[in-house]
Design a protein around this ligand. Sequence first.
Ligand code: G6P
Length: 607
Amino acid sequence: MCGIVGFTGKQSAAPILLDGLKKLEYRGYDSAGIAVMDQAQIEVVKVTGRIANLCEKTKDGEAVPGTCGIGHTRWATHGAPTEENAHPHLSNDGRFAVVHNGIIENYIALREELIKDGYHFESETDTEVIVHLIEMYYEGDMREALIRATNRLRGSYALGVICTEEPGKIYAVREASPLILGVGVGENFFASDVTALVNYTRNVIYLEDGEFAELTEESVRIFDVLGKTIDKKVTRILWDVQAAEKGGYEHFMLKEIMEQPGAVKATIAPRIRDGKVFFEELNITQDDLKKVRKIVITACGSAYYAGCSGKYVIEKLARIPVEVELASELRYSDPLIDEHTLLIVISQSGETADTIAAMKECKARGARTLAIVNVVGSTVATLADDTVYTWAGPEIAVATTKGFTTQVAVLYLLAMHFADKLGRLQEKEAHLLKVLESLPRKIQQAIDMNAQIPELAKKYHSSKSLFFIGRNTDYAIALEGALKMKEISYLHAESYAAGELKHGTIALIEDHQPVIAVCCNPSIMEKTLSNIVEVKSRGAEVLALTFRNNQKILSAADDFLFIPEVDPVFSAVVEIIPLQLLAYYVAKENGCDIDKPKNLAKSVTVE
Ligand code: G6P
C-alpha cells in the first residue's frame, strides 16, 4: 500500500521526488526515503515518520544532488517502520536501488537462497530480495536483469529501479500494483498515482501487468516480459491540479465532504437523457439482463456499505435478487456464481487487492463483471467487462466521503437503468428521475442545515463507545456512519439493525450511553421510534438523524442531525452527509490526524 515515484530529467531530482511523495503520502506514511544518482553514485536518505521529516533531513531535497532518482512512502507490511526497513533498498555492491509497492509472497524462500549465495540483508522487508536478485542477474543489460529477477517473484509489485551503470535511466515494472508513467518535455516520471504527476505533466501512460518501462530524460520505452518493445497510448489527464489540493480547507476530508454536491452531480447529470437513465459505457442488453438470475455486489470497506445500500434499491426497482459480499470473504468462499450472475464490483481506487481477487475468482466462474470505479485506468476498471466511472475527482483523505456517495449514486442509476430495461419502472420513472436530479441540491442542504454539529461533537467526543442503529437503507447508512466514526476519531463505534437490539446489544445500554438513530424512512419510522424509546428508558442519550418536522422523533430523542425531505428510495446518499460531518468534528475535537488516520491507508493493495 505504499507509494512510489521516479524522475529523470535536467532538474534536481530530489525536490521533485519529495513533492511527488507528499501527494502519495495518503497511501502510507510510517517511513519514507529517496535514492538519487549523481555521477554514477547512488545516495540514499531514509527517515521514519512523515515526508516532512525527509524534507527536513534533505533540506527540501537541496542536500541531495543529482537529476535522476526514485522515492518511496511506506505502509509497513514486513518489518516495523524503521529506517532499515524503509525503502529504497540498495544492493550489496551499491550499484542498484529499488523501491517497491506490493508484497512478494515467496520472499522467505528467495531470502534463504540469496543468503546461501552470499548476499547479506539489511532489512526485514520482502522487498530486499528484489534488489539482490537484480544484482545477481545483472550482466550488463538491465532489461534482461529485470525480466530474470521478476520471473522469480510471486505476488504483487510496482517497482522503481536505478542502476549506477546506467546513469540518467529509471526503470519501472508493474505486476498487480498500480503504476503510471508521466511523459514530460525533456523529463519523464513514474508514480503510483497521477496526483504525484499532474504538477509536472498531464500526459500519462497506464502500465499494465507484466509491463516494464525504461525512462530517460528524452525517451519512454515500454517492453514486455520477453523484452519485446510495446507501443502504448498516451492519455491526457483532464482534471484540475487544484482538485488535489486543500483549497483553503483545514483538511482534505472536509473539502471532499463539501465537494459532494458537485461530485454527485457530475456522476448523475450526464447519465440522464431524454427522460431516461442512459449509460453510454454499458453494453448490457435487455437480453443479457433477462438472463441474470442474481446480482452479486462485492467490495471492501465503505464501498461494501455502498453496495449494502444499493441492494435495497436494485431489488426494489429492478426486482433482481442482490447479494452483497465482502470481497475478502467472497474470494475464499467457493461462491455459487456462474454465467447467470452479474457481479458488480465497487472500488474507489480500483486497486484493492481483495476486491481484485474476488473479481478474478468470479470471472473465472463465468460471471459478467460490471465495475463502479473512481480511478480511471485502474486494475478493476481494466479487468471489468463494463466499467462505470464515478467522476468524484481525486480523493485524498483516507476516509472516503465523495467516493462513497458517488458509488451510491451510480447504484441508483443502475437500479433505474435495469428496471427500465426490464419494463419495471412505468409511471414511477419521471418522478424518480426528478428525485435523482434533485440529489446534489439535497446534499447541499444537508451540509447547510447542520451547523450544530461542531457543538454536538463537544458533547459526544469523549464517549467510550457509540451505537448506531437503523433499519433497511437507514441501517446501511448507520454501518457507514459507524465506520467513518471509528476510522478517524478512534472511538469505538458499532452499528446494529435496530430490530436486532433486543437480541443482545440492549444489554450494553446504560446511563448516558450515546445511541445514534438513523430514522429517515417513513414506512418504518414507527419501528425505529420504538427502539429509541426502549434505549432511552434504559438511560441512553439518543442523537437522531431525521427530518426537521418529524415531531414524533423530535419529542423522543435528545439531540438531532437533519436531512431535508427526500424520497426514501434515494435518501441514503443524503443521510450519510451529517454522519460524515459528525465523525469529522468528533475527530477534530479529539485532536486526531483526520486525513491520515493511524494504521489505515487509502488504497489497500495487500490482502
Ligand atoms: C480502505 C479505505 C476505505 C475504502 C476501502 C476500499 O480501507 O480506507 O476508505 O472504503 O479501502 O477501498 P476502494 O478503493 O476499493 O473503494
